[in-house]
Design a protein around this ligand. Structure first.
Ligand code: ARG
Length: 562
């Protein structure tokens, strides 16, 4: 399609010589919503302004003087020049390219191996892995896959929340009320209960607060008992998190969390003070950001303890020096926008020219029945349970519909987990999403299982039709054309999704492709013997390749049978 678009733009450019360049024309070309308006359209409003004539007149003149050889039809409709592509030629080109490149269809070398670091997931030790962390994990993973598809090197970083005053509180709570057996049995649940109890009891016994602070001080000073407990909490938590990552099929290049930066913060504080950027505010050391219109960034508390922001400054510098990133992404909920704006602003003041390569990839909340989920009161949705429940539901569906399926368990996992991941990614990340397992698992509608099911259907057709590539020329039937057009848009969709850090573009795309393919399937007997069989199966094959690759870019499996 890009080729066609280019051709259309080149033709228009010749007509509008001196008024518009090709880039500008390419930007303006649209895909008409209505099929009878052709395959591509050019609106003439901007040109009308340049020439001080009516858009309708310009459209008519352009349609007339354009070179029409390469198109089936060119016509002016109102202010638009509409072109109809040559279906046979386009279908053979697009499907031919998919046959050639297979899963590499849509790949590019735009990134030239440059590094993009992606701070993703980053849950907090001793706390449940929240649905927010799930969002960060799946959005980050998809961005990494998209980056790799475009020739970048993605570095997946899990910046674990494994440091901070809360660990002082947790140790204090554990020392008072904890038991080794209980924590080992169900670490996250038990540690969370201890933490909640600490908060609760410290309302009546404020001296607890002091106790927590002392333990954190010990931890920072390297006290061996404090360190040992902290390490143990960290390991137990990480084991729990790893179960989730395994289910999701996500891995990390680094799990260097906040604690890793303990010995790297002094340097940051030194630079800040050498550049005269630190000032005192209520005993704390801060960087003023008045000129940037932001509240001050806290660097050190009055008791000398460093903060989240200080660790992030150290981490940003470390990542630049270690990975030489071209871009550094942070996939974190939009409630942390101020933090990341401050991070960039402080890096800029420190004189790092790469401050503008730092990007906060924000996202909305997960709601249940329209309300925010909170961890505060210990009322949390445990993600592992959610994924298990989803897999169980998927498994029930399989038992009901296809009890003889081979490898049932692994299919149930792909479908159950895929449903949750797809649901997360199908809306723009900045939207809040409503959490409903029932909706996610529906096989009709815009769901992961719907797309997976369409892929499995295509695979089954190919098996039954015993499809073999022969390379003969394809015939594009009227009903196949919408599928060809969607297939042609895949490379462009990948670029847009990556450039806008927006995986939902891929999710919407695979839904679109599945819908168009299913319409074709409903209208044509694909397996019927006859002169169209090879062409129809070829289209089915091309659709299967692209559906699978699209789902892969979202981090979703595609079982060949379900
Ligand atoms: N642990 C934090 C949280 O759960 C997210 C950390 C995000 N990454 C970062 N570099 N600040 O809210």
């Amino acid at each position: 399609m890009m080729k066609n678009k280019n051709m259309f733009a080149a033709n228009l450019q010749a007509v509008f010589e001196g008024y518009m360049d090709k880039e500008e024309i390419l930007q303006l070309i649209e895909v008409p919503k209505q099929r009878d308006h052709g395959d591509l359209a050019f609106p003439c409003f901007t040109m009308a302004q340049h020439l001080r004539k009516s858009p309708g007149l310009i459209a008519r003149q352009a349609a007339e003087s354009m070179n029409k050889e390469s198109f089936e039809k060119v016509e002016a409709v109102g202010p638009y020049v509409n072109v109809f592509l040559n279906k046979q030629q386009t279908a053979n080109e697009v499907i031919g390219e998919i046959f050639d490149k297979q899963q590499d269809y849509g790949a590019s070398v735009a990134g030239q191996g440059e590094v993009i670091t992606i701070d993703m997931s980053s849950p907090n030790i001793a706390k449940p892995f929240s649905l927010g962390h799930l969002r960060s994990t799946v959005i980050g993973n998809s961005l990494a896959l998209l980056a790799e598809k475009r020739g970048y090197t993605a570095v997946r970083i899990n910046h674990l929340g494994d440091w901070g005053t809360q660990f002082g509180k947790l140790i204090a709570a554990y020392k008072r009320w904890g038991s080794k057996e209980q924590v080992s049995r169900d670490p996250i649940k038990e540690l969370l209960a201890l933490y909640v109890r600490f908060h609760h009891e410290s309302e009546a016994f404020p001296e607890l607060i002091e106790e927590g602070r002392e333990w954190f001080k010990k931890l920072e000073d390297g006290d061996s008992e404090a360190l040992q407990l902290w390490k143990w909490f960290r390991e137990e938590s990480l084991q729990e998190f790893n179960k989730i990552y395994e289910l999701l099929g996500v891995y990390f290049d680094s799990t260097e969390g906040e604690a890793f930066f303990n010995d790297k913060m002094e340097r940051i504080v030194d630079v800040l003070s050498a550049k005269n950027l630190l000032s005192k505010s209520a005993g704390a050391q801060v960087v003023q950001l008045i000129e940037a219109g932001m509240p001050p960034c806290l660097i050190k508390k009055s008791d000398g303890a460093t903060l989240y922001a200080t660790r992030d400054l150290a981490a940003a510098v470390y990542r630049k020096e270690r990975y030489h990133f071209a871009k550094s992404l942070y996939v974190v909920g939009n409630e942390q926008s101020l933090h990341f704006n401050q991070l960039s602003a402080v890096l800029k003041k420190m004189g790092y020219s790469w401050w503008k390569d730092i990007r906060h990839i924000s996202f909305g909340m997960v709601l249940k029945d329209g309300k925010k989920l909170s961890t505060r009161k210990g009322k949390v949705v445990l993600l592992e349970e959610v994924l298990k429940e989803s897999m169980e539901l998927a498994s029930k569906n399989i038992e009901a519909k296809n009890p003889d399926l081979a490898d049932k368990q692994s299919v149930a996992k792909s479908v159950g987990v895929g449903a949750v991941v797809f649901h997360d990614l199908k809306n723009h990340r900045n939207n809040d999403i409503e959490f409903s397992l029932k909706d996610m698992l529906r096989v009709e509608g815009e769901t992961g299982p719907y797309v997976q099911y369409t892929y499995a259907r295509a695979c089954s057709l190919l098996r039954k039709g015993n499809f073999q590539l022969t390379g003969e020329t394809l015939v594009c039937e009227e009903e196949a054309w919408p599928v060809v057009k969607v297939l042609a848009e895949f490379p462009n969709t990948i670029n847009k999704a990556a450039e806008n850090d927006d995986p939902s573009k891929i999710a919407k795309y695979v839904i679109d492709l599945a819908q168009e393919f299913n319409k074709f399937y409903a209208n044509k007997r694909i397996l019927e013997e006859g002169k169209h069989k090879y062409s129809r199966l070829s289209l089915t094959y091309a659709a299967s390749v692209v559906l699978k690759e699209g789902l892969r870019l979202l981090g979703v499996d595609s079982p060949p049978e379900m």
